[in-house]
Design a protein around this ligand. Structure first.
Ligand SMILES: [Zn+2]
Length: 442
């Protein structure tokens, strides 16, 4: 049966992507820390533009009340009353977005530190503090927005409320809540992370539950995972009707959707149903028509290369998963090449658990063929597009949130410098200084 006929039969319309969201209604923005009132001028820096290139040298970036107000030549001078921050010769760019992170997976099993035999067991609330540490570290690494795509329980929802009420500084957090999955082995491997649901009605209920608990978007396992030995990632794990119910329910309520996609069958279902971001998507090079469709609809690909290297190259995994990882890496390279050729938007996602993940993935993107400016674009605007919040972050532009990273060096030539903490001069989040080595009055 042709897909269109199928959709008419089950009563769902063929999926369309969601596009940008109303950021002021997103839980992530409602919980965001307040901006700092006032006027600051970052003077003399080289500004990175949309394409990840140095757009202009010796610029003054004016920040007022948490937003970028203007960008102009430094020779024009700064307005009276502005706090002047000298960033002469440094690179001024938008804060990084890690579009695929798992902050609460503190170790492979998600249970936090490995305790020596005989050590005191952890108190129940300790993991929340460790998550808080990672969130603060993300800011020190210039990551001002994250999209967490699967957490253990409600730990990140709790951390976000703590941030809202001033407990500590953290990046803006877009959260998936529980990952919607068919009844599947992965739910045994990642306790508290999945909401198993079977049949379109249960899938709808699962989506609604995530919205109820404060999710900013919803995620589904369209295929099994490469990190779970009992799952075969090649076939689709959900039916067409289940996938269509998932995107329909989320989009109707104006929430964006992400799908974990490895094999082609699940990738096809997700893209056909109008999914907004394809996570991993290793095999898409075998279906150029799907990549064309992604490019046409603005569906974003999050390649997550660094974690692929981890599975293929560390001996932490079972021999079978490691061998599968090697093959995945080969496919991922071909898909990255084909996706770029097709004009698909790429977003940086570390698929990691630490603050260093974003800068590692940035290096991986370059290692796998992206010129540094393109990799920087994936780490900023690409991420904002993946999250549907490009009206608020991802670029240095008047009116957008002043999430700004100042680097002592030129990442448009060499992205390595982004991962070196001693080169992170200044990090502003909503115009507020949250990290950086620069001695300045801001
Ligand atoms: Zn992941």
């Amino acid at each position: 049966m042709a897909r269109g006929a199928y959709h008419r039969l089950v009563g769902v319309r063929r999926g369309r992507s969601m596009g940008a969201v109303d950021v002021d209604r997103l839980p992530a923005f409602l919980a965001d820390q307040a901006f700092e009132p006032g006027l600051t001028a970052l003077v003399g820096g080289h500004v990175v533009g949309d394409g990840g290139r140095r757009a202009a040298e010796r610029q003054t970036v004016l920040v007022r009340d948490g937003r970028v107000e203007a960008i102009s030549a430094t020779t024009d001078g700064a307005p009276d009353g502005a706090v002047i921050v000298d960033v002469a010769g440094m690179t001024v760019m938008a804060g990084l977005v890690d579009a695929h992170i798992h902050v609460s997976m503190l170790d492979d099993a998600g249970r936090g530190p490995r305790l020596a035999k005989g050590a005191e067991p952890l108190h129940p609330g300790v993991l929340g503090h460790l998550v808080g540490r990672t969130l603060r570290d993300l800011l020190r690494h210039g990551v001002t927005t994250i999209r967490d795509v699967g957490a253990h329980g409600d730990i990140l929802l709790e951390a976000r409320q703590a941030v809202r009420y001033g407990a500590f500084d953290a990046p803006r957090m877009l959260l998936s809540g529980r990952i919607v999955s068919a009844t599947a082995p992965g739910a045994r491997f990642f306790p508290g992370m999945y909401r198993e649901a079977d049949g379109p009605d249960d899938i709808r209920r699962a989506v609604r539950e995530q919205i109820r608990s404060g999710a900013d978007f919803v995620k589904i396992m369209s295929t099994g995972a490469r990190s779970v030995e009992l799952e075969n990632p090649l076939p689709s794990q959900v039916t067409p009707a289940e996938m269509a119910a998932f995107t329909d329910e989320a989009h109707r309520q104006t929430y964006r959707t992400a799908a974990h996609c490895e094999g082609l069958a699940g990738s096809e279902l997700a893209i056909e149903a109008g999914i907004d971001t394809v996570e991993h998507g290793f095999h898409l090079h075998e279906r150029p028509d799907l990549l064309d469709r992604m490019a046409e609809h603005g569906t974003v690909l999050v390649p997550t290369l660094d974690f692929l290297h981890h599975v293929a190259e560390s001996d932490a995994w079972t021999p079978e998963l490691e061998a599968q990882g090697v093959s995945n890496l080969h496919h991922a390279q071909r898909t990255l090449d084909a996706a770029r050729a097709a004009g698909v938007t790429i977003a940086l996602g570390s698929d990691g658990v630490t603050a260093e993940g974003a800068s590692r993935e940035l290096r991986r993107l370059v290692e796998h063929g992206l010129p540094p400016p393109e990799a920087l674009a994936a780490a900023t605007l690409g991420g904002a597009l993946a999250l549907g919040i490009e009206s608020a972050v991802g670029r240095l532009e008047p009116g957008l949130r002043a999430d700004i990273l100042v680097i002592d060096g030129d990442p448009t030539e060499d992205v390595e410098v982004v991962g070196r903490l001693e080169r992170v001069a200044l990090v502003l989040h909503n115009g507020r200084r949250v990290a950086g080595n620069l001695t300045c009055p801001a």
